[in-house]
Design a protein around this ligand. Structure first.
Ligand SMILES: C[S@@+](CC[C@H](N)C(=O)[O-])C[C@H]1O[C@@H](n2cnc3c(N)ncnc32)[C@H](O)[C@@H]1O
Ligand SMILES: [Zn+2]
Length: 274
């Protein structure tokens, strides 16, 4: 059974062959990879919103090389420990991309927990659904999530946009919101090539309305890379790519080895009781 609801009228779906049909007879095809495309055509600002194929492919190759494995492991451990007392739980990875973190989470959590991933990028979701079969994926906007009110025990948001009202609507009372954002030294060695002065000021993230911050972790490690393709992928998967001139890129890739700091800010918030 799909946890997703109709984006047009918010009623539950019933499966009918390869289609999900809601109580008001809105039909959504189940793609052959198993995901649902629940993004209404009029909600798209462009033909293919979200990360494009090139960014997605670079991110996929970099993540598969294990460069951010420590982050994925830490997030999975946190979710497992916060949900340790639960027999049943519903998890959402918001802006899940091609599902790298989502898959590691699903692997770590008890099999009866339901893991869902949502992203606005169809290429990313298609890849995710093809590769990870035990996760429910859908194409939709993080600003208008096709899931019921108070349905999520833990929502993970790694470098993805969201709206506070929508987070508060989705997460159950006492449920958790886990966010990952770049910390001041993140990719410092890539940024110092393009900025005269690298901004190192820490930003203070405030708890979204209706949540209390219960833990903040700084995960910092030095990543040693010894192949140029991985460095190129790392640049390509970030907005730094737009800043790198051809010449700067060439001189970066001419090195033999790269030592790059990874610096992540992990925050855990808990939904207040109301
Ligand atoms: C920097 S990527 C992070 C992806 C994944 N969490 C990761 O770290 O590998 C940001 C993701 O947010 C998605 N995205 C951007 N705008 C979105 C929106 N309005 N709703 C849902 N996803 C969105 C992009 O398609 C992209 O996959
Ligand atoms: Zn409907």
């Amino acid at each position: 059974m799909t946890p997703f609801i109709c984006p047009l009228c918010q009623t539950d779906f019933q499966k009918n062959n390869n289609t999900q049909v809601c109580a008001n007879n809105h039909h959504f095809d189940i793609a052959k990879e198993g995901y649902l495309n629940l993004l209404p055509v009029n909600a798209k600002n462009s033909k293919n919103p979200g990360d494009n194929k090139e960014m997605m492919t670079a991110r996929r190759a970099f993540l598969n090389s294990g460069g951010y494995f420590q982050l994925a492991k830490k997030v999975s451990e946190l979710v497992s420990s916060y949900l340790a007392s639960k027999e049943q739980a519903e998890i959402l990875d918001l802006g899940c991309g091609e599902g790298y973190y989502t898959a590691l989470l699903a692997e770590q959590l008890p099999t009866q927990f339901v893991v869902n991933g949502l992203d606005i990028s169809k290429v990313a979701i298609r890849y995710a659904a093809k590769r990870y079969k035990n996760i429910n994926f859908c194409v939709a906007s993080a600003y208008d999530v096709p899931l019921p009110d108070n349905s999520i025990d833990a929502l993970i948001r790694i470098y993805a946009p969201s709206l506070d009202n929508e987070l508060a609507r989705l997460i159950k009372a006492s449920g958790y919101l886990i966010t990952v954002t770049p910390a001041p030294r993140h990719l410092f060695q890539l940024r110092e090539n393009i900025y005269q002065q690298v901004n190192e000021h820490a930003q203070k993230n405030l708890a979204p309305a209706g949540f209390d911050k219960i833990e903040q972790i700084n995960l910092n490690y030095l990543l040693t890379i010894d192949d140029a393709a991985s460095v190129e992928n790392l640049v390509k998967m970030t907005p730094l790519y737009w800043k790198y001139s051809e010449q700067k890129m060439q001189s970066l890739l001419a090195q033999r080895q790269w030592n790059i700091e990874c610096d992540f800010n992990i925050e855990i918030y808990q939904r207040q009781e109301n």
